[in-house]
Design a protein. Structure first.
Length: 97
């Protein structure tokens, strides 16, 4: 399984969909994972999964706002005429091994 760290600035619609689906009321402290990256910095993230990838999305005030904004946009777009498309996760920041 591929593991990737994603910054809120690089979130695409598909990852935002996963976040809003997993955390419809937002995340709390028990959902946050803390770890050190390659530069020995402490990173806090929430985890979302697809069939083949684990995404660790860095948390912060801006992530919460991005999730809220995306959720509001999604609710406005629910008209039944949206086209389904394949998930594209190429906009992620870094791979973990």
């Amino acid at each position: 399984m591929i593991r990737k760290i994603v910054d809120y600035q690089k979130l695409n619609e598909d990852i935002l969909d996963l976040l809003v689906e997993k955390f419809p009321d937002g995340y709390d402290d028990s959902d946050i994972i803390s770890f050190r990256n390659a530069q020995n910095e402490i990173i806090e993230a929430v985890e979302v999964r697809t069939e083949d990838t684990i995404f660790l999305v860095k948390v912060g005030k801006r992530l919460v706002q991005a999730m809220e904004d995306h959720d509001e946009e999604s609710e406005d777009e629910i008209d039944g005429d949206e086209n389904e498309s394949e998930v594209d996760f190429d906009a992620v920041e870094e791979d973990l091994d």
